[in-house]
Write a protein of this length. Structure first.
Length: 78
């Protein structure tokens, strides 16, 4: 899933802090301290960053394969 732009519950913009959170998470071992340092206090916003799994890089190869196969089928039909 793509990173949500806003918190689903309160509507706070969180997408601008996602990359910063991921980078800080690699340095720090405690996600709670990382979220505090980013100024994310509400637990609804914190769960948004903690539970997001970025799957777009895993999906892209399948989408490219489907597109390539569609082109092959169209070429065979013509
Ligand atoms: Zn929120």
């Amino acid at each position: 899933m793509l990173v949500p732009v806003r918190c689903f519950t309160c509507g706070n913009v969180i997408a601008d802090r996602y990359e910063e959170f991921q980078a800080a998470l690699k340095k720090s071992t405690n996600p709670s301290d990382t979220l505090d340092s980013l100024g994310i206090k509400r637990y609804c916003c914190r769960r948004m960053l903690l539970t997001t799994v970025e799957t777009i890089q895993q999906i892209i190869p399948f989408q490219e394969a489907v597109h390539k196969r569609n082109l092959e089928v169209k070429a065979e039909l013509e």
